[in-house]
Design a protein. Sequence first.
Lengths: 343, 343
Amino acid sequence: MSSLAGSAATPADVHAIEEIMRRGGPALRERMARAEAHLERVTAQAGVPLASHATATVVAGGKRLRPLLVMVAAEAAGPVDDREREQALIRAAVAVELVHSATLVHDDLIDGASLRRGRPTVAAVAGRATAVATGDLLFSCAFAELARNGDAEQLQALSDASSALARGELLQREDAYAADIAVERYLERCRLKTAALFEASCRLGALVAAGGDLELAGSLGEFAGQIGLAFQLLDDVLDVSGPAQRTGKARGTDLLDGTVTLPLILARAHDERIAQVDLASLHSPDSAERLCELIAATGTLEQARARALSIVAEAKESLPAALGEGRHELLALVADAVVERYC
Amino acid sequence: MSSLAGSAATPADVHAIEEIMRRGGPALRERMARAEAHLERVTAQAGVPLASHATATVVAGGKRLRPLLVMVAAEAAGPVDDREREQALIRAAVAVELVHSATLVHDDLIDGASLRRGRPTVAAVAGRATAVATGDLLFSCAFAELARNGDAEQLQALSDASSALARGELLQREDAYAADIAVERYLERCRLKTAALFEASCRLGALVAAGGDLELAGSLGEFAGQIGLAFQLLDDVLDVSGPAQRTGKARGTDLLDGTVTLPLILARAHDERIAQVDLASLHSPDSAERLCELIAATGTLEQARARALSIVAEAKESLPAALGEGRHELLALVADAVVERYC
């Protein structure tokens, strides 16, 4: 679908992000670099030697998609034209990435994962207790950092998202291995687990830049929420479609953990054999892979992918016209970056 | 030491708190009741069925010492004389208790505890994943609740405390089973794990009541931090002194978990046999009990207790005279409540 797509060695989404950085100009690049440095400083200064686990996890990287959303939304919402506002923007970007990192540390603990971003997870290196406390510390640092902006509206946005993440995790636990999950309930879980923090990222950027234009912050937040929802849908397609050499994990890893995702939900309605599979009976990567094959054969991967694409298209169309041409374009590019990885 | 002391069946601290409620008058009692109801509402409304674990943990009670500190500090700092300020106060009280509850859920997970406040812990009932997410949800709800007050200074106080709690937990993990812990390092851990949230409770109360008198908030916060430090010291004495029928847990439970506390640190300097005990070699409640006997025989329990009492006395003396007689008295009573349980 795009010249950026399909590169297995370097994920296409990283290329797309580089494209955004290029088009965003020197100001965006410099801000992202400052956010990166600040992120490292905040976690390193957290105050105890064992915070090195927190530092390692955060500094090991990731795409920094959420900080980028903060920056791009701020640019779209209005000028970030003084030093104070720029510092506030960097703090907001750091705060969303800290919340995201906290979630990763706790998710890895829950999933028993041993690797993350190519490094051993905190849970694997330092055990359960340290992983719990490290995640808590990252959450707390996120709020401490954002509190320095002195704007309760921003803190409300972040705490809403952080509550949503935890509720999404609880919902996922509750629905694990379930034989009958409605599409709407699955979408609600995606909104909680993924879309909420995307939404908060854009809301925060808009709040910082426009100095509290709630309407614009709301519109940009809604846009980002849709993008986040599509991101999760496509991630769930990828779990079933593979290939493993592209995703870096075996096909059906989520299914093996009991997570009921859209491809499975749709496939259950198409194929009685799939409907009768009890996820709790999957005990090996091989059996998960066979289920993935069955699902792929129903054509529901294409349905799920199409659904994600249409959500993204709608999100792009719903962007407020008042933003102006160049800003519109940059946000649309972010939406494309989310999609391109998967197509 | 007091007529409230020594009642084994009903903990003396609960009696002392009732005394504070009596002297605090109907306004204090009504506010505490409203905080209790609001706490239940917030956790129940968290949004997913599994939040029932969060609800059960929080609603099962506890002494509500931290919400009480919020209320008493507010009363001391100035009038809480309109409906809006009163609602803000209740939100602050709920927020600190939510952070405390989050910590308990995560601590129980880390310690593998099966009972808390006489009920099965979230980890025991619903497993590790749900316990991690429930704690995260409680943390998030705390910040969401406090953000509704619209005061970034308050959020800074809570996030500082919440960071401190996590750093204290990390420090405890790092120092577990250590042969040589300095007193100052132990005190630092107590400040992080316990004193910081006591301090935040008083700061929050003062900030709400006085509408942002930072100096007074600081003084009351410092007072509460000292009380919290003494609270932790006395708790650590109790772990060694028992008796089990009073504390509800076997003597030396902390030592068995590898936690090096003040009585052990002091006793190591008194008795070479104790200095040579490797906590990692304690494998049974009996061996922990024997170590407790050795420690008790050195007289260092009295030293540790005396240190806590002198911290409380200093804290009471350092209360700003400007508070006025009645308010001074109520805060001093809170300080006594912390001490009386243990004497």
